[in-house]
Design a protein around this ligand. Structure first.
Ligand SMILES: NC(=O)C1=CN([C@@H]2O[C@H](COP(=O)(O)OP(=O)(O)OC[C@H]3O[C@@H](n4cnc5c(N)ncnc54)[C@H](OP(=O)(O)O)[C@@H]3O)[C@@H](O)[C@H]2O)C=CC1
Ligand SMILES: O=C(O)[C@@H]1CCC=N1
Length: 267
């Protein structure tokens, strides 16, 4: 597949790294920042471009700029698409607005990826409007399957839902890792050892959760001996409302996705 990314930032870089590793694709990136462009060319063999080329109907264009940059980018490529399949990874912005900005273009699929795509362990939600040819939806899934798992979403609101879970989710996990590393350093470990201990703990716990027939709550209870040490830690987390704060933060994340869509789709 010939795939051109418009925007070569964090998320595009992660997907391009995965696609390049898989091989077999002709990859291009349009990115104003020369340093980012050159790094993608050097590290992943992506053809760097300063301005969008003319596309063809058998090509894929991935819109990978910030939601606030999307309208200008769409208007800039609308008359160069020539029927190409457009995949938007932007948070919030709905198909209806994209289509309007792209002069009525309808071959549009929305995707909510996440940055572990960089190491082939992403999770992406894919929403294709019902009117779209199934082959286009499958093409979008094929692109994302190169860098991880894919979940097909029946409704566009599913993109808001999945943004709160897996799209933004890696940041929640890194936040928890950061907190545990800070805690480990406080116990006296040097930063490198703290990092190694915490990452190994995450790795092991996730793998155990994946392989075990027990549910996650039971696995947690199995660590938590009555009157023991873990119980104290969890009691403090509960008293500080950690779990409730995470759930509320995810609600806020989803609400921001909807808000972004409403704010940016008005133009
Ligand atoms: N980061 C993430 O984990 C995820 C991000 N997304 C979505 O991906 C999109 C990109 O996010 P992210 O990668 O984090 O953002 P970045 O800011 O890292 O990437 C956007 C890139 O687009 C470049 N750009 C700006 N204007 C243009 C233009 N006219 N033509 C081409 N390139 C342009 C920017 O350059 P400059 O910096 O010079 O402006 C920047 O390098 C967003 O819409 C976001 O919602 C979705 C899922 C996860
Ligand atoms: O924070 C954001 O807006 C983007 C979308 C999902 C992850 N990062």
């Amino acid at each position: 597949m010939k795939i051109t990314f418009i925007g070569g930032g964090n998320m595009a870089g992660a997907i391009l790294a995965g696609l390049a590793r898989q091989g077999g694709h002709a990859l291009q990136v349009v990115e104003p920042d020369a340093a980012k462009r050159d790094a993608l060319a050097r590290d992943h063999g992506v053809v760097p471009l300063q301005t969008p080329p003319a596309f063809a109907a058998d090509e894929v264009v991935v819109l990978a700029v910030k939601p606030q940059q999307l309208k200008a980018v769409c208007e800039g490529i609308a008359d160069r698409l020539n029927g190409a399949l457009v995949l938007s990874i932007a948070a919030g912005v709905r198909v209806e607005a994209l289509s309007r900005w792209l002069n009525g273009h309808t071959r549009i699929v929305r995707i909510m990826p996440n940055t572990p795509a960089m190491v082939g362990r992403g999770v992406a939600g894919v929403y294709a409007p019902q009117e779209l040819a199934e082959a286009d939806a499958e093409a979008a899934e094929t692109v994302m399957r190169a860098v991880g798992e894919v979940v097909r979403l029946a409704d566009e609101t599913g993109i808001d839902d999945i943004t709160a879970v897996s799209g933004s989710g890696p940041a929640y996990v890194f936040y928890f890792i950061e907190a545990m590393m800070a805690g480990a350093v406080k116990q006296g470990f040097d930063a490198d050892t703290a990092r190694a201990l915490v990452l190994a703990t995450f790795d092991g716990a996730v793998e155990l959760a994946r392989q075990s027939p027990l549910d996650v709550a039971t696995l947690r209870q199995n660590v938590t001996s009555k009157g023991g040490t873990t119980e104290r830690a969890i009691a403090r987390f509960d008293a500080e409302g950690v779990k409730a704060a995470i759930v509320a933060g995810m609600d806020d994340c989803r609400a921001r996705s909807i808000e972004l869509g409403q704010l940016l789709s008005q133009d």
